[in-house]
Design a protein around this ligand. Structure first.
Ligand SMILES: Cc1cc2nc3c(=O)[nH]c(=O)nc-3n(C[C@H](O)[C@H](O)[C@H](O)COP(=O)(O)OP(=O)(O)OC[C@H]3O[C@@H](n4cnc5c(N)ncnc54)[C@H](O)[C@@H]3O)c2cc1C
Length: 349
C-alpha cells in the first residue's frame, strides 16, 4: 500500500505543479499515470512544440516545460506509479480513499486530486483495413520523437493544425513528406497554411488534395499507401503513415466513480475545485465549471487553490499563513533549502 497526503491521478502539467504547491504546505504527493512518462498531453502529443502562453516564458517547448515542472517539484520527493491506470476508488471508514490501478497497485490518501486531463488518450483512427496490424510498424498516431523520421519517407493525413505543423517540421527532417487531406481547405493557423503552400511550391511537401488514404501495403511493416484522388487509386511508397485526426476524449474508469459528469468532464465548485465527493478534487483539463478554459495556466491556478483546502482536510484546525517563497524560502523534504540572500546590517564607513 502506497500512502501519501495527496494522491494525484494524472502526471500532466497540472498534476506536476500540484507537487510543488503541496510541498510548500508540507504535504507529500504521489502521482499515478497511465502513460509511461510524466507530462500528459505535453509529453504525449506535442513535446517539440513551443508554447507561448506560460506566464514568464515567452516561448517554451512542451517537453522542456515538463522537465522544468519535474525539476521544480523534485525537492518535495513525489512518488510515481507510471504506466498504470487508476481504476477504482474506495472510501474507507477513517475518511481516506484507496485507489487501485489496473495492475492492482493500491494507494491510500486522505485527499485525491484528479488531474486526468482528457482521460486516456484515444486517437481518432481512420477506417482503413488492417490499420491496427500496422500500428507501431509504420503507423503512428502521435509524433513523440521527430528523429525517428530522419531521412525517411512520411505520409501524413489530416487537415488541422497537427497535420500542418508536423508536415512543416518534418519537411526538414524526412527525405520525403506527403500531406494528404480530404479537402483543399485546411483548418489551421493562417501562418501554417501559408508555410505549407510555400513548401509545396519549393517541392519540400508533396500535397495531395482532395484525397484520402484508403489502403496500407507491406509484409511486416508499412511500405506504401494507396490514395484515392479524383476516383483514381495512386500508390505512394512510404516508411511511415501518420494519421492526425485528433483525439477523442475518453474519461475512462474515472467516469464510474460516482462523480458529477458533464460532457466528459467532472463538475467542480469554483471555490477549491472540489467534486461532489468531499475530499476528491478535480483540476486542470478534466474539470468543468462556468467559464472554464482548458489552458495550462488555469490548471496551475486550480492546483494552487485546491492545495489550500487539502491542507485543511489533512490538518484540521491548523492554520496556514500564506508566505511568499521569496520571503520564506523553500524547505525540501530531501533536506535542501532554497532562500533569497539574507539582508545584512553593516555600516559603511
Ligand atoms: C496540440 C496541443 C497544443 C496545445 N497548446 C497549448 C498552449 O499553447 N497553451 C496552453 O495553455 N495549453 C495548450 N494545450 C492544452 C494543454 O496541453 C492542456 O491544457 C494541459 O495539458 C492540461 O494539463 P492536465 O495536467 O490537466 O492534463 P493532461 O496534460 O491531459 O494530463 C492528464 C494525464 O492524466 C492521465 N490519466 C487520465 N486518466 C487516468 C487514469 N484513470 N489513470 C492514470 N492516469 C490517467 C493521462 O494519461 C495524462 O497523462 C495544447 C494541447 C494540445 C493537444
Amino acid at each position: 500500500m502506497i500512502k501519501t497526503d495527496i494522491l494525484i491521478i494524472g502526471a500532466g502539467p497540472t498534476g506536476l505543479f500540484t507537487v510543488f504547491e503541496a510541498g510548500l504546505l508540507k504535504l507529500r504527493c504521489h502521482l499515478i499515470d497511465a502513460l509511461p512518462i510524466p507530462g500528459g498531453q505535453c509529453s504525449e502529443i506535442y513535446p517539440k512544440k513551443p508554447i507561448y502562453d506560460i506566464p514568464g516564458f515567452p516561448e517554451v517547448l512542451a517537453g522542456k516545460l515538463t522537465d522544468n515542472l519535474l525539476e521544480q517539484g523534485k525537492q518535495f520527493e513525489p512518488g510515481f506509479t507510471l504506466g498504470e491506470r487508476a481504476e477504482t476508488i474506495d472510501k474507507q471508514e477513517d475518511g481516506t480513499f484507496i485507489v487501485t490501478t489496473n495492475r492492482g497497485t493500491k494507494h491510500q490518501a486522505p485527499v485525491v486530486a484528479i488531474a486526468g486531463g482528457l482521460g486516456s488518450f484515444e486517437p481518432r483512427k481512420p477506417l482503413i483495413e488492417k490499420i491496427t496490424f500496422y500500428e507501431d510498424k509504420g503507423v503512428e498516431y502521435f509524433i513523440k520523437d521527430p528523429e525517428v523520421y530522419r531521412n525517411k519517407k512520411v505520409v501524413i493525413s489530416g487537415g488541422g493544425d497537427s497535420a500542418l505543423d508536423w508536415a512543416i517540421f518534418l519537411a526538414d527532417v524526412a527525405s520525403e513528406v506527403t500531406l494528404v487531406h480530404r479537402r483543399n481547405e485546411f483548418r489551421g493557423a493562417l501562418d501554417s497554411v501559408d508555410t505549407v503552400q510555400k513548401l509545396k511550391i519549393l517541392g519540400k511537401i508533396n500535397l495531395v488534395t482532395p484525397a484520402e488514404v484508403i489502403k496500407l501495403h507491406g509484409e511486416d511493416k508499412v511500405e506504401a499507401v494507396s490514395v484515392l484522388k479524383d476516383g483514381k487509386e495512386e500508390r505512394i511508397e512510404t516508411d511511415h503513415f501518420i494519421p492526425l485526426f485528433g483525439l477523442s476524449p475518453k474519461l475512462g474508469p474515472i467516469g464510474n466513480w460516482g462523480l458529477d459528469i458533464e460532457k466528459n468532464a467532472i463538475k467542480v465548485d469554483t471555490f477549491d475545485y472540489q467534486t461532489n465527493i468531499p475530499g476528491v478534487f478535480a483540476i486542470g483539463d478534466v474539470n468543468t465549471y462556468p467559464g472554464k478554459l482548458k489552458l495550462i495556466l488555469c490548471g496551475f491556478h486550480e492546483a494552487t487553490l485546491m492545495c489550500q483546502s487539502a491542507f485543511k482536510i489533512i490538518n484540521p484546525g491548523k492554520k496556514h499563513v500564506m508566505k511568499y517563497t521569496t520571503v520564506s524560502g523553500i524547505d525540501g523534504f530531501d533536506g535542501s533549502r532554497k532562500e533569497a540572500p539574507k539582508v545584512v546590517v553593516k555600516s559603511i564607513i
